[in-house]
Write a protein that binds this ligand. Structure first.
Ligand code: DCP
Ligand code: MG
Ligand code: MG
Length: 554
């Protein structure tokens, strides 16, 4: 295989793609005005777990450090790599190769998750399009940021390395002028990497280009702690250089097997395929995508940042054989998950408990149960999960769920507990009307949950007040906000009625299946003392909420 000139390559690529379909434009063929003009950076943290351990214990900085999970060294710092340690090396081999290797147990991944989240939130300062790939990688589409900060990103020289160490002067310039945008993107990538190092303590690698595939292929080229940029006219050389189909993200084991069944084992061979060849083993959409990838064409966008749908922790434990031992174990798991929940800041409205246990046939199996929890439990601030009464409430529910799973067992033999919180509610300050209750704070997020407290635009009493936000206000503003609450017309309470609200004469399962408003009505009616009207009952609730607010404000 010889090196094509870029123009030759593009001509061949277009011709080939044109042969694939009578409407080549629909295939997203690279045309300067269509596909270029984006700036996408791929970041990958250097020896991630090992760096986190070194940041947590700086005395390790000049030692060979490996992170151990079970019998493997899953990663190591670059000092250890120079001494022959590679990823997923058996511990025994690693210690033979490098007896002075410092091994750290990395089975608790919580610290790594914490650092990964710090990085993602720093990246989000530059774009809403931040897409995580695995634990230590992110794509960021910085096109808008680069365009809006064009002047401040003007650089005298290109930051980092250029693919194949080319001189920029020798590179064929793209007709659309995207090269300049990419150069500014490289300046931004350098700034971001410096910030990650200064603020979080981790070095990273980055790839800068106009699409996700190319950026991902570029970022490991100058490891560690460096970045690589490439220009569209170098695309053919890149795909030739990569050569190995396995290096293309999205081409996994089963795709490789199918391709090899028709004799395709390299990128160059895939480029030579036509659609008819690929149609035999793939559907049309997959066949087209594979062909495009082989030419370095990737028109998938960087997805908008999405927070985790749930937050949970699982712990393997020494087997427990009595239900009475469950609470203590659940408490340990709950403490860990509480920390993550507080860092996240969203309020959960569902609780799930998972266990791994031996069933009556002696097989080890997993099971989980979940229940709704009221967001009111946290009184507007998820940090309240640490209050003893809140913790106790959650533990009680967790034990009830565990009981449901273990009741059919002849003997209890549990080897894992997990607690996970879901249906997380975001709280967001809206617009400029910060001090007006109806816009003060609004619960957003997974509002599909009909049991979440809802807010009406009309009724100020219907607003969800966050004590932490209130407590930060100057006194006069606090009073102004509170004055709007002096005589609310009505307060819609947290209307998440659960089984414990179930009237005595109702079957809890039947009660649970009723619509929320009917459950609310039933619960209120059944609980109020004789002679008390529904309105009086609601007024009582309203009063206690107000008392709580006044209490919070001192
Ligand atoms: N990891 C793991 N098991 C694997 C591969 C990786 O537990 N089979 C973990 C350890 C790594 C982290 O994921 O630190 C990120 O994986 P990378 O492949 O990015 O490897 P590193 O970040 O460790 O090294 P590099 O500097 O090569 O990116
Ligand atoms: Mg990495
Ligand atoms: Mg990685």
């Amino acid at each position: 295989m010889t090196h094509f000139r870029t123009s030759t390559f593009l001509r061949i690529a277009k011709k080939r793609l044109a042969m694939i379909s009578p409407e080549p434009d629909e295939l997203g063929i690279i045309t300067p005005d269509e596909k270029h003009g984006h700036v996408i950076i791929h970041f990958d943290i250097d020896c991630f777990y090992a760096q986190v351990e070194i940041v947590r214990n700086p005395t390790l900085v000049d030692k060979p450090v490996g992170v151990q999970q079970r019998t493997l060294v899953v990663t190591s710092n670059y000092i250890a790599r120079e001494r022959g340690i590679y990823k997923c090396m058996p511990v025994i081999d690693a210690l033979n190769a490098c007896p002075e290797l410092v091994l750290i147990n990395g089975e608790d991944v919580a610290p790594y998750r914490e650092y990964a989240e710090k990085i993602t939130s720093l990246l989000r300062e530059y774009s809403d399009r931040v897409e995580k790939l695995g634990f230590d990688e992110n794509f960021v589409d910085v096109t808008e940021y680069v365009s809006q900060n064009s002047d401040s990103l003007t650089a005298k020289e290109i930051q980092g390395r250029i693919f194949q160490e080319k001189n920029y002067e020798d590179i064929q310039k793209c007709e659309c002028g995207c090269d300049q945008l990419l150069i500014k993107g490289a300046t931004l990538a350098k700034t971001i990497r410096e910030r990650i190092y200064k603020e979080i303590g981790l070095t990273t690698c980055a790839g800068v280009s106009w699409n996700k595939l190319v950026s991902k292929l570029l970022s490991p080229m100058h490891k560690p702690n460096n970045q690589t940029i490439m220009f569209p006219s170098q695309l053919d050389s890149l795909m030739y250089f990569i050569s190995d189909l396995k290096k293309i993200p999205g081409i996994g084991r089963s795709t490789l097997d199918k391709l090899s069944s028709i004799g395709v084992t390299t990128i160059a061979e895939l480029q030579l395929c036509n659609l008819t060849d690929l149609d035999r083993i793939f559907d049309r959409a997959t066949a087209l995508r594979l062909l495009k990838l082989s030419y370095g064409i990737d028109d998938s966008s960087v997805k908008f940042f999405e927070k985790n749908k749930s937050i949970g922790v699982e712990d393997s434990i020494k087997p427990i054989t009595a239900f009475s031992q469950c609470k203590e174990k659940l408490k340990i798991v709950l403490k860990r998950v509480s920390k993550l929940l507080i860092e996240d800041g969203r309020v959960p409205t569902s609780l799930k408990v998972s266990i791994r246990y031996k069933n009556n046939s002696g097989d080890t199996v997993r099971d989980s149960r979940q229940t709704a929890i009221t967001s009111a439990l946290f009184r507007g601030n998820v940090a309240n999960i640490c209050l003893p009464e809140v913790e106790e409430n959650i533990l009680k529910k967790s034990l009830e769920l565990t009981k449901k799973m273990t009741q059919p067992l002849k003997h209890i033999f549990i080897t894992l507990f997990g607690i996970s919180f879901g249906k997380l509610i975001e709280k967001k300050v809206l617009g400029n009307s910060f001090f007006f209750p109806k816009n003060f704070e609004r619960v957003v997020g997974e509002s599909s949950c009909s049991q979440t407290s809802r807010i009406s635009d009309e009724d100020p009493s219907d607003v969800y007040l966050d004590e932490t936000v209130l407590s930060e206000l100057p006194l006069d503003l606090k009073n102004e906000v509170l004055s709007s609450y002096r005589s609310p017309k009505s307060v819609k309470c947290q209307n998440e009625f659960e089984t414990q609200d179930c009237p005595n004469n109702w079957d809890p399962e039947v009660y649970k299946s009723l619509p929320v408003d009917i459950r609310e009505e039933l619960a209120l009616t059944s609980k109020r003392p004789a002679g008390e009207t529904l309105v009086q009952k609601q007024q009582k609730r309203q009063k206690s909420i107000l008392e709580f607010l006044y209490f919070c404000l001192g």
